[in-house]
Design a binder for this molecule. Structure first.
Ligand code: FPP
Length: 247
């Protein structure tokens, strides 16, 4: 029996964020080049996107390339960018068929022109799709996003558009590149590492964190259902006591 049957549709996380880690180690374990791990990781992206949409997740954010990933060997960076462009091109019909909108967070201007163009074209083509947002975090880091938000807040304060006393957590939210989506209730990281690696630091203030030893290419739909089931069985107290929640 699939764990899917045990998932409560009334307690679905609206937004799941995933740190897809372990492609390199997966490939190395098979005596292959790292890029083979990334290529296989794309198949996992497909199956997890499909599973998330099927089960009723509304936003799925995938950490596909961090600001820090620019420091990888140039050959790997180039191969990853090509893989992203080719995947977006190839998977457009699947996104359309499944009514999924492609969205993006990150520093677009640092991406190669071909990647920017493909991203813009795919976002334009899928903009009226409504079942789920598949959000690619590309050339993204939470600190980059906070810095650009703070710069804009400072400029708007100096110009008089906002007053210093208007600055609160809702206003900060509205300047982040994630302003248009709810904060993730659940963040998953594969590959056994237990860190956040500069991903959505502000937005995960109250997210449930789920770590699995599975490497990303081995992560299955059933593993996603397990993470969601685990999430649904946690008590989210938001600073309150258990008694307050149950009264
Ligand atoms: C982390 O594994 C993975 C990445 C930095 C890239 C993930 C990208 C993909 C799966 C392709 C995404 C494609 C689309 C269309 C979203 P790692 O290389 O850090 O693995 P390691 O920790 O074992 O070295």
């Amino acid at each position: 029996m699939s764990l899917k049957e045990n998932i409560d549709p009334n307690k679905m996380p609206k937004h799941i964020a995933i740190i897809m880690d372990g492609n390199g180690r997966w490939a190395k374990g098979k005596g292959k080049f790292r890029i083979f791990g990334h290529e296989t990781g794309v198949s996992t992206v497909k199956s997890i996107t499909e599973a998330a949409a099927e089960i009723g997740v509304k936003y799925l954010t995938l950490y596909a390339f961090s600001t820090e990933n620019w420091n990888r060997p140039p050959l790997e960076v180039r191969a990853l960018m090509e893989l992203l462009v080719n995947t977006m091109r190839k998977e457009l019909p699947t996104l359309m068929k499944n009514n999924i909108r492609l969205s993006f967070i990150g520093n677009k201007k640092d991406l190669p022109t071909s990647c920017q163009k493909q991203l813009e074209a795919t976002m334009e083509e899928t903009k009226n799709n409504t079942r789920m947002d598949l959000v690619l975090a590309l050339s993204y880091s939470a600190k980059w996003d906070l810095v650009q938000a703070i710069q804009k807040i400072a400029a708007d304060t100096l110009s008089g558009k906002i007053k210093q006393e208007d600055i609160n957590d809702h206003l900060i939210d509205s300047y982040l590149s994630t302003h248009w989506m709810p904060h993730p209730e659940l963040m998953i990281r594969t590959s056994g590492e237990k860190r956040i690696s500069n991903f959505l630091l502000w937005e995960i203030a109250y997210s449930e964190l789920y770590f699995t030893d599975k490497l990303w290419p081995d992560f299955t739909k059933e593993d996603l259902f397990h993470a969601i089931y685990d999430y649904q069985n946690r008590e989210r107290r938001f600073g309150k006591t258990s008694e307050q929640l149950n009264s």
